[in-house]
Ligand binder design. Structure first.
Ligand code: S3P
Length: 168
């Protein structure tokens, strides 16, 4: 069975959902951010600070090229991963991509207590989310499937993802 890629903005719950799904479906699980941190023995924030975003984006693309050779794997992607180096096209070609779609207000509420993301500044959080989401939305919309998550709780999102995986 082909891989499932969970796609979406920071704070969409990709890692938590990916872990839960992989356990219930008995799939392997890869969190691309965690893998990059492990390979570089450094947090994402430190990678951005010391090596720069371009380095990080290249790491993401390298990892995709490895992951597409696997199967039966749930992959939680970093929020920017599909938006660089034509990665979304690669993911769509070799697996199923699921966009976890939240509006700006929901993302703001989900992210406001969080300060470990190098691309967001807590002082201008809503504006940062708005600007980034505006540029990324057209890429996220290329995913094979979209789940409108903002009015769903975690179990409901899980159920929707499960239904997509099982029915396709
Ligand atoms: C990023 C999202 C982060 C992480 C990095 C860059 C982005 O992952 O990859 O900070 O560009 O949106 P999460 O979506 O898991 O927060």
């Amino acid at each position: 069975m082909s891989n499932i890629y969970l796609i979406g903005f920071m704070g969409s719950g990709k890692s938590t959902l990916g872990t839960l799904l992989s356990n219930s479906l008995n799939f392997n699980f890869i969190d691309t951010d965690k893998l990059i941190e492990k390979r570089n023995s450094m947090s994402i924030s430190n990678i951005f600070k010391t090596k720069g975003e371009l380095f990080f984006r290249n790491e993401e693309t390298k990892i995709i090229k490895e992951i597409i050779k696997l199967n039966k794997t749930i992959v939680s992607t970093g929020g920017g991963m599909p938006c660089f180096n034509n990665n979304i096209e690669t993911l769509n070609k070799y697996g199923k991509t699921i966009y976890l779609d939240y509006d700006i207000e929901s993302l703001y509420l989900r992210l406001k207590e969080d300060n470990k993301r190098p691309l967001l500044n807590n002082k201008s959080l809503k504006k940062d989310i708005q600007e980034l989401l505006n540029t990324r939305k057209k890429i996220y919309n290329k995913c094979n499937y979209t789940i409108l998550c903002q009015n769903l709780n975690q179990d409901e999102v899980l159920r929707e993802i499960n239904a997509l995986i099982i029915s396709k």
